[in-house]
Design a protein around this ligand. Structure first.
Ligand code: ACO
Length: 335
């Protein structure tokens, strides 16, 4: 199925996680928690934390170079760079512009896109539209986060969840019959207050008071987000699979957002997809928001769990509230 003039798909992936590891045992020393609680409630064992000198653009730049190499493309062949992030280097210029300069993609337009943990899939689906319409030929899509910078390390309800990292994908024209078969985006702004960072924008600019009140950190109603996540992961995946014109049983591989193993298990059960068809790496990295899906995708491709011709479904949810999914018939062999 071809939704536009051209078939569009992913021709290369790359990722990067910082070297520093924070284990559950490390967290036991700074907040009132236990590794057993964290593993039982989330499945997370450890997470990666960016060095103090590393910002989202630095992680993005390494992931971008790896994705370009696997696609066999030079940076100056890129038409557009989209970076999905809620932890940009700064409000402006965009992290995408910083990456454009870092990799020397002089002919590429560049912008950031914000849809929290759904950001990479939002950006991927936007890139698909540009390629399918014939407007652009090669687009670099990145999901990158330094969540450690907006994590309250004194709050045991949130600090156990997050990690830093970046993943990238090159979206280009592919042979007919391959590439994006469907895509789906959704949002419910009425649920925005269950997951947000209250200060630092135009409503509550940074001030001594906002810092003292600890308003520059992720604030979350965990159980509300949990209920929403299980429901929406299932229905978003179903929407994309139906729109692709295939049956659930035909899905070869599911790459879900890596927030909590219980959310993934719940969705897998409702979708009736066996766990061996689902990529999980949250035990190593925690929830990297917009970076979770592209890092998981890259690892699945490089370990040849995803092969040419496979039907791959990606699905995610996040702050906004937002959700997104797609189905791709994988177009290339792993390099
Ligand atoms: N260690 C020990 N106890 C804890 C911890 C901890 N780290 N955190 C919370 N608790 C306690 C609570 O205080 C509570 O105690 P109480 O009953 O005495 O009040 C008890 O454990 C149960 O807390 P719940 O919040 O009900 O625990 P739950 O089973 O819901 O798990 C969790 C919490 C892991 C956060 C879960 O709700 C979750 O994963 N939610 C979804 C989060 C998510 O996916 N966010 C995604 C997006 S992030 C983004 O967009 C940046």
């Amino acid at each position: 199925m071809k939704a536009g003039l051209f078939s569009s798909g992913i021709i290369g992936t790359g990722s990067f996680v910082p070297a520093q590891i924070i284990t559950n045992q490390d967290l036991e020393k700074i907040v009132d928690t236990t590794s057993e609680w964290i593993v039982a409630r989330t499945g997370i064992h450890q997470r990666r934390i960016a060095d103090i000198n590393q910002a989202a653009s630095d992680l993005s730049t390494i992931a971008a170079k790896r994705a370009l190499e696997s696609a066999g493309l030079e940076a100056d062949e890129l038409d557009l760079i989209i970076v999905a992030t809620i932890t940009p280097d700064m409000h402006f210029p965009s992290t995408a512009c910083i990456v454009q300069n870092n990799i020397g993609a002089a002919k590429a337009a560049a912008f950031d896109l914000e849809a929290a943990c759904s950001g990479f899939l939002y950006a991927l689906n936007v890139a698909n539209q540009f390629i399918a319409a014939g407007f652009y030929k090669n687009i670099l899509v990145i999901g990158a986060e330094c969540l450690s910078r907006i994590t309250n390390w004194k709050d045991r309800r949130t600090c156990i969840l997050f990690g830093d990292g970046a993943g990238a994908a090159v979206v280009s024209r592919v042979d007919d019959g391959y590439g994006f078969l469907s895509q789906y985006l959704g949002a419910d702004g009425s649920g925005g207050s269950s997951l947000n960072m209250k200060a630092g924008g135009s409503r509550l600019p940074a001030s001594l008071e906002t810092v003292e009140k600890e308003l520059h950190y992720v604030s979350m109603d965990g159980s509300e987000v949990f209920k929403f996540a299980v429901r929406i992961m299932t229905s978003a995946a179903e929407q994309a699979i139906k729109a692709a014109g295939i049956k659930k049983e035909e899905i070869d591989f599911l790459v879900p957002h890596q927030a909590n193993i219980r959310i993934i298990d719940g969705a897998a059960k409702r979708l009736n997809i066996s766990l061996d068809k689902i990529y999980v790496n949250l035990h190593k990295y925690g929830n990297m928001s917009a970076a979770s899906i592209p890092v998981a995708l890259d690892e699945a491709v490089r370990s040849e769990k995803i092969k040419k011709g496979d039907y791959v479904c990606m699905v995610g949810f996040g702050g906004g509230l937002t959700w997104a999914s797609n189905v791709i018939k994988w177009a290339v062999r792993a390099k």
